[in-house]
Design a protein around this ligand. Structure first.
Ligand code: HAM
Length: 417
């Protein structure tokens, strides 16, 4: 019986990877124009990193981590997200001494044991950025503009930006008390997950997707109404800079994000057609300290590459990714084949895409194949051509034939014209 790929994983075929590479090239170009440098961190880390970084009460840590004991008895986890590992590397590699802010980007696979559904995988990829060092609203704005530009350069228009502020530990503590009073009145009616969140992380209850909980949440106090002066000013500045730049966004006071490290600004980019979050991020001013560093503010986001590919596909139906050979060399017979190999290799030395027969097929079969590949030119090497060193090269679009010598430079002249 066939062994199948594990649930929630994907195979990428050449027709997928060519789109992926196109996207990666475009995005990398944007990231470089914003001054970000690429970082790569290990696929697996000590489990404690995510427990401390992402947070014990989050779904990611409680339910979704691929955790195992290695042969040395250490608890190891396949990374479910990139921020904790990047911050660990920032601390471990002593990057705090470099000129700041430090601006990293990454494109890495992530692993979460999720309920698989549309847009939700167990192995997925994130392109993310982290700006470490600046507490200014300007850093938040820069990441939002950068995120928006990624969708712009990929021609993706149906994107909505949702924004919220979840305050700092100071104002959040006050707010959580008030929120708990509100939820507490009906706690017995909430789902079991919400009940477990009540004590440690009541704000996550606002994020519950269960119908009955959403109904119970109507009229709940909003964090935005309880921000301290500093958080309020920070948020006003973010909004005003985005407005000045003409970026449309909506305030969504229900965004709390699924990871515990966020403070102040949080945001999500939504695929409007499918109602799926394609990018999520925000400020995380406490994480560096939580992981053992000195207090250092930071902000960043990550976008799901598989979700990005889907949106890109939808938005660019007319883009043609097919790669057609510049030349097909048709040859039948051993000596003719040797000549075909020699020519093909020389042309490839000159960066030309050449195809030829690898089956010893008949003349007719090769003609058909060259047609199927939509080769731009066709060159036939038969007995005659071999003895005279002259051949006809055919422009497959116009049907025009030109007689040339079987010399690389002559062929190049025609192909490159
Ligand atoms: P996140 O919201 O958990 O944030 O994930 C970011 C994005 O990754 C999501 O918006 C989504 O596009 C994609 N994603 C998440 N889970 C899956 C999945 N199971 N299948 C497919 N795609 C998925 C973070 O991970 C933060 N580390 C982002 C960040 C960076 N915040 C600050 N810096």
């Amino acid at each position: 019986m066939l062994v199948q790929r594990p649930k929630g994983t994907k195979d990428l075929l050449p027709e997928d990877t060519e789109k992926l590479q196109y996207i990666e090239d475009k995005v990398k170009n944007v990231l470089e124009n914003y001054g970000f440098g690429e970082i790569r961190v290990p696929v697996f880390e000590h489990t404690e990193l995510f427990q401390r970084g992402v947070g014990e009460t989050t779904d990611v840590v409680q339910k979704e981590m691929y955790t195992f004991e290695d042969k040395g008895g250490r608890s190891i986890t396949l990374r479910p997200e990139g921020t904790a590992g990047v911050v660990r590397a920032y601390l471990e590699e002593g990057l705090a001494s470099r000129p700041s802010p430090i601006k990293f980007w990454y494109n890495m696979p992530m692993y979460r044991y999720e309920n698989v559904q549309k847009g939700r995988l167990r192995e997925f990829h994130q392109i993310g950025v982290e700006v470490i060092g600046s507490s200014s609203y300007l850093a938040d704005v820069e990441t939002i503009l950068l995120g928006k530009r990624i969708f712009d350069v990929l021609g993706i228009k149906d994107i909505k930006i949702n924004l919220n502020s979840i305050g700092c530990p100071k104002c959040r503590g006050e707010y959580q008390k008030i929120l708990k009073e509100f939820i507490g009145e009906n706690l017995d009616k909430y789902c079991d997950t919400c009940k477990t969140r009540f004590e440690k992380n009541p704000m996550r209850i606002l994020d519950c997707k269960e119908d009955k909980c959403q109904k119970l949440n109507v009229g709940a106090p909003k964090m935005l109404d309880y921000l301290c002066e500093e958080c309020k000013e920070h948020f006003e500045n973010v909004k005003s800079a985005l407005k000045a730049k003409g970026v449309s966004f909506e305030i969504d006071s229900n965004i709390v994000r699924g990871l515990d490290y966020y403070t102040k600004t949080v945001y999500e980019f939504i695929d409007e057609k499918n109602d799926i979050t394609v990018l999520g991020g925000g400020r995380y001013d406490g994480l560096v300290q939580e992981l053992g560093g000195t207090p250092t503010p930071a902000v960043g986001f990550a976008t799901g590459v598989e979700r990005l590919i889907e949106m890109f596909r939808e938005a660019n139906k007319d883009l043609n990714f097919e790669k057609n050979p510049d030349l097909y060399i048709l040859s039948v017979g051993d000596e003719e084949n040797k000549k075909a190999i020699e020519l093909a290799e020389k042309l490839r030395d000159n960066d030309i895409y050449v195809e030829r027969d690898l089956y010893q097929r008949s003349f007719k079969a090769q003609m058909k194949f060259a047609d199927k590949l939509k080769s731009k030119y066709l060159l036939v090497i038969g007995e005659n051509e071999l003895s005279t060193n002259l051949a006809k090269i055919k422009d497959m679009n116009s049907g025009n034939e030109t007689e040339i010598s079987l010399d690389t430079q002559d062929i190049l002249k025609i192909i490159k014209q």
